[in-house]
Design a protein around this ligand. Structure first.
Ligand code: PHE
Length: 448
């Protein structure tokens, strides 16, 4: 017997836990900053609603119908509808994507741990912009420091996943997700009281269509996949532990809503703090580690709130990282009969090793590049802009053209009108949008 979530809330909490992560609190704010603010937010919201929500339903549907890990699941689903056994390749692609994401994700999560420990010690008090820049540059140029925190984060991930679905994944999410929500609301209140919320809101929401560039569209679409954990089988694996009677549409809606709300609230909070201290929103990936600490260091209660902030980010990253390895672990465990503990250690070990390459690209190997990008950026761009959208595209194709329609309908359990809508969007909008963005990426469309 495979384990299942205790109830639908646990499933939603775990899936929201997977979705809400560094993508929401680190990537989304800095990408909004570097892609011109409101225009990026608008395109991102459109992608979440038009591509993210229907694909969330599709991926959960595939997982729950199969009741197997993504590799065995795709093979089983294909067999059920008389499709090719090759579809299991999609499961393997997901496994690889998850490990690739974890490798660089864990490096950034490591930065969060380091900055959390600086925050507790009052390390941001009186920090100037120059000092913050130097400290961050010093930190990332020190491979041993990066290695230490990266290794710690991998161990944290492995420890949870090794314990299995109910006492590992479910318990971790049950504790961390409500805490995370509470901490975010406290910080939001703090930024309302002390930050510059009106400038923050203008920056994020006053639509300026002139700023919508093709590269911002690509970034926004890739990010919609990344932030919702779509296209690599994490959601499929979680869906495979879901009981039959739960409504997939409702669960998907709440997960997407929670993920979006948390990204927007985190963005508003961070920019309100950044603007209150006359700082730059477009600082890039260093926004959280160079800009924000300076702001915290100048504000009343900064040490306490900075600590709360970095604990929050750590929880968000942790509940996501465990979902990144679940497809691989459940495959090793179920198909190759490897004990779960060993399977988790193996997968964590591979991600750790790749992560070492990623972290060395900030220092020792900074001149080793591919297409002008270092290892860290290659891993990020390859997964976010290519592998996740490709995985999502193939899942949509599978659900529409390979699976028997009666099976899909039965599993989704939607009324007729909603089912037609889902089918139409999944059949036309999702593949077209992803393909257009890909063609543009390859330079075959004149938008770049
Ligand atoms: N959704 C996570 C985040 O926003 C990252 C992630 C991507 C997790 C893909 C699982 C699968 O940080």
């Amino acid at each position: 017997m495979r384990s299942h979530w205790t109830n639908r809330w646990m499933f939603m909490m775990a899936t929201a836990g997977s979705a809400v992560g560094l993508g929401n609190i680190w990537k989304f704010p800095y990408m909004t900053g570097t892609n011109g603010g409101s225009a990026f937010v608008l395109v991102y919201l459109l992608c979440v609603a038009m591509i993210g929500l229907p694909l969330m339903m599709t991926e959960i549907m595939l997982g729950r119908r199969a009741q197997r890990n993504p590799v065995a699941g795709m093979a089983w689903l294909a067999a059920e509808s008389g499709g090719s056994a090759w579809w299991k390749t999609l499961g393997f692609m997901g496994i690889a994507t998850g490990v690739l994401i974890l490798s660089f994700y864990s490096v950034v999560a490591g930065w969060v741990l380091e900055y959390g420990s600086r925050a507790v010690q009052g390390g941001f008090i009186g920090l100037t912009v120059e000092q913050a820049k130097h400290q961050f540059a010093d930190f990332v140029s020190n491979p041993l420091a990066l290695l230490f925190w990266h290794s710690l984060f991998i161990v944290m991930t492995v420890v949870v996943v090794a314990r299995g679905v109910t006492s590992g994944l479910e318990r971790a999410n049950k504790i961390m997700m409500p805490t995370l929500a509470a901490m975010l609301l406290i910080l939001f209140g703090y930024s309302l009281a002390i930050g510059d919320m009106s400038q923050s809101l203008t920056f994020m929401f006053s639509a300026d269509f002139s700023k919508i560039t093709p590269s911002a569209v690509l970034a926004a679409m890739g990010h919609a996949f990344f932030t919702l954990s779509l296209g690599m089988g994490a959601v499929m694996a979680y869906g495979s532990y879901l009981q039959r009677h739960v409504s997939i549409a409702r669960a998907s809606f709440y997960v997407v809503l929670a993920d979006t709300a948390i990204a927007l609230i985190a963005g508003m909070t961070i920019f309100a703090i950044v603007f209150a201290n006359q700082m730059e929103p477009a600082a890039g990936p260093g926004l959280l580690f160079q800009t924000l600490p300076v702001a915290f260091g100048q504000m009343p209660g900064g040490t306490l709130f900075a600590t709360v902030f970095f604990v929050l980010v750590c929880f968000a990253a942790w509940t996501s990282s465990i979902s990144l390895v679940e497809p691989a672990v459940s495959w090793l465990n179920e198909n190759l009969s490897m004990p779960r503990t060993r399977a988790t250690a193996v997968v964590g070990g591979v991600a750790w090793l790749l992560g070492v390459v990623a972290l060395l690209s900030f220092n020792e190997w900074s001149d080793v590049t591919l297409f002008g990008l270092g290892a860290f950026d290659v891993l990020d761009k390859l997964t976010t802009n290519i592998l996740l959208p490709l995985g999502g595209l193939l899942m949509a194709v599978f659900a529409i053209w390979v699976m028997r329609e009666t099976h899909v309908q039965e599993e989704l359990g939607l009324n007729n009108r909603h089912y037609r809508n889902w089918r139409w969007v999944t059949r036309y909008i999702v593949p077209t949008a992803i393909t257009l963005v890909f063609l543009n990426l390859m330079g075959w469309l004149p938008f770049v």
